[in-house]
Design a protein around this ligand. Structure first.
Ligand SMILES: [Zn+2]
Length: 292
C-alpha cells in the first residue's frame, strides 16, 4: 500500500498554487505527474480537474468527474470501456468510506472555476455518488464530488445536532429523510423491502428511505413515494453502490452474478415506478449481461 494521506497536506492550504504537474507532485498534494486520480482500490486521495473529459461538469462546490481509461485524446473519443479499477475503484471506495478527496483545478477546465494558468488546490471534497454511463457506446464511470464545507452547511441547515466529525458522513442519510421518505418507511413499518428486517433500537424501529433514481444532478430523480424504497442500512448501501438491483418482475438480483436473491416486498399502499428502477439498473448495477 502506498501510504495514502487523506485530507490536507501540511504547508499547502486552500488556494495554494503550482506552476506545473511536477511541482504539484513534489508537494504531495497530488502525487502522480500524469494521472488525474491518485488512488487504488483502498481509496482515492486526490483528483486533478483540467477539462480532459467532455463529461466533466464543474459547478464550483460540486463536480461531476469522469473516471479514467479508454479516452483517446487525439480522436476525442471513448475507445474502450472503463473498468472499476485503479483510480476509478479508489474514488468508488472513497465514496463508501467517506474519505476526503483533495481537488486540484488546472488551467483548461471550466472557465468560471479554473485558474488561468498552472494548478490550484481547491480544498477537500467528498465523493457522494458514483454510477456508470455511456459515451460513444462505451462504458464510463462518473463521480459526484461535493465540497466538504457545503456538506457541513447542508447539515446545519437541517438543524441536526451531532459531533462535527460525523457531519459529512451522515449527510446522505439526512438528505434522504424527506417527508415522502418518512411516509414510505411508515407504510412498511420500517421493514426492509429486501430482507424484511426492521431494526429495533432503544428509540424505536429504524429503516432508511432510499431514492431509487438519486436526487440531485445529474440524476434529478423526484422526491416521490414511487421513487423511494424502505431499506435496512445494509441493503441501502448495497443498492446505492450497485451491488444489487431490481428487475422489472421485482426480483432482487446480485449485480455480480445476475442471480436472483429474493423478491422485493411490495405493499398495496406504496406503488413503485418501474422507470426509476430501470434508471437505477442502467446506471448503478455493474452487471455484464444486461443490455447497455
Ligand atoms: Zn435489508
Amino acid at each position: 500500500m502506498p501510504g495514502r494521506t487523506y485530507g490536507e497536506i501540511e504547508g499547502y492550504p486552500l488556494g495554494s498554487t503550482f506552476v506545473d504537474r511536477d511541482e504539484l507532485a513534489g508537494s504531495g498534494v497530488h502525487r502522480p505527474t500524469q494521472a488525474g486520480i491518485c488512488g487504488g482500490k483502498d481509496g482515492a486521495e486526490s483528483v486533478v480537474v483540467s477539462g480532459g473529459y467532455p463529461d466533466d461538469e464543474d459547478f464550483g462546490d460540486e463536480l461531476i468527474y469522469t473516471g479514467h481509461g479508454g479516452w483517446d485524446r487525439s480522436k476525442r473519443k471513448q475507445v474502450s470501456d472503463q473498468e472499476l479499477k485503479s483510480g476509478n475503484a479508489g474514488l468508488a471506495r472513497s465514496a463508501v468510506e467517506g474519505y476526503p478527496v483533495r481537488v486540484i483545478r488546472g488551467a483548461g477546465g471550466d472557465d468560471s472555476y479554473s485558474p488561468a494558468s498552472g494548478l490550484r488546490y481547491d480544498g477537500l471534497y467528498r465523493v457522494v455518488d458514483f454510477w456508470q454511463d455511456t459515451r460513444d457506446k462505451r462504458r464510463i464511470f462518473r463521480f459526484r464530488l461535493v465540497a466538504q464545507d457545503k456538506l457541513d452547511l447542508d447539515q446545519t441547515a437541517r438543524e441536526r445536532p451531532g459531533p462535527a466529525s460525523r457531519r459529512a458522513t451522515t449527510v446522505q442519510r439526512i438528505v434522504r429523510s424527506t417527508a415522502k421518505a418518512q411516509r414510505v418507511k411508515l407504510i412498511h413499518r420500517d421493514k426492509c423491502q429486501v430482507c424484511g428486517l426492521a431494526i429495533g433500537t432503544p428509540t424505536g424501529s429504524y429503516s432508511e428511505g432510499a431514492h431509487i433514481q438519486a436526487l440531485g444532478r445529474p440524476h434529478n430523480g423526484p422526491d416521490e413515494e414511487s421513487n423511494i424504497l424502505c431499506l435496512c442500512p445494509n441493503h441501502h448501501v448495497m443498492f446505492d453502490t450497485g451491488a444489487i438491483y431490481i428487475s422489472d418482475a421485482w426480483d432482487v438480483c446480485d449485480s455480480a452474478t445476475d442471480e436472483r436473491i429474493g423478491k422485493l416486498k411490495l405493499h398495496g399502499k406504496h406503488s413503485i415506478n418501474r422507470e426509476y428502477v430501470e434508471y437505477h439498473r442502467r446506471h448503478h448495477a455493474l452487471s455484464r449481461t444486461q443490455g447497455a
